[in-house]
Ligand binder design. Sequence first.
Ligand SMILES: [Mn+2]
Length: 325
Amino acid sequence: VTEIGLQQAASFIQDHDAFTILVHVRPDGDAVGAALSCAHILQYYGKPFRLIHEAPIPGKYQFLPLCDRFEVIEQNMPIADTVIALDCGDDRQLGKGIESISDKTHVLNIDHHRTNPGFGTHNFVDATAAATCQLMYRLAKQLQIPFNKDLATCIYTGLLFDTGGFRYSNTTEEVHKIAAEMIQYGVEPYDISDRILETVTWSQVQLIKCCLDTLKRDATGKLAWIAATHDMMERTQARDEECEGLVNYARNLEGVEVGVFFREVVGGKIKVSLRSKYYIDVSRIAAAFQGGGHARAAGCTIEGTLNDVMTRVLQLVQRQLSAKD
Ligand SMILES: [Mn+2]
């Protein structure tokens, strides 16, 4: 694994000519914000770029400047010479995007997941960053890109999203300082929070109603979980990304240390989201099931039935919890 610093990441952009920008599957505010920040940087240099994804970007991010440049390619991803992969904890997170990478592709991996194995040819990974957009900010500064409202809006969106509206444990002085600077460039904090964090769709609320019926906690009260079945997704017509935040109904319960969300996905698999409050490193639990993430927010996808996967994951979490008693 070649770890590179900020200066070398900047050189990577200066030294290459045409870029393909990739983000993780089911992109979130940080992934889309980072991709579009990157697009703005390349645009400033007049360097051609493509934003490629296997599925359409969720509607709530469409207001972000340059989001219309995303191309949906479901089949035959074009092989790229130079890729910038953003906010991808590992190369499986690239989904079909991985098909655009050959042995000859130069890959700059910019990320902040502590479980990132360094899958790029160049890896600019800083797990102390709250968001990949925080790294994009540093990169833009290093490259002396003049900030404007568009670039600032993309960076601010990533910071806002990955800190849960400046509330999570990754909210630092640097995060607030960058956010304040972005506001100086014209970012409208209320407009972005309303779009990204506050607005819920009707189908999302119908799904929340169903899922709340599944909310349970263990005898210690330190572990709680919630689930969404195929049937619930179908009945409510909710899209995948509308499951975002459901894990917090488990996590936010008073006395709970670890909250878990289970969702049936296609192919007999269960997607698991883990959140913790103070002392359990959920990225380790996710890693035990070939997943990854951060200390307080992680995830994995496990083969098996809902009940089977629940038992396996909850047992492991309980073991971690009792080891800390
Ligand atoms: Mn992120």
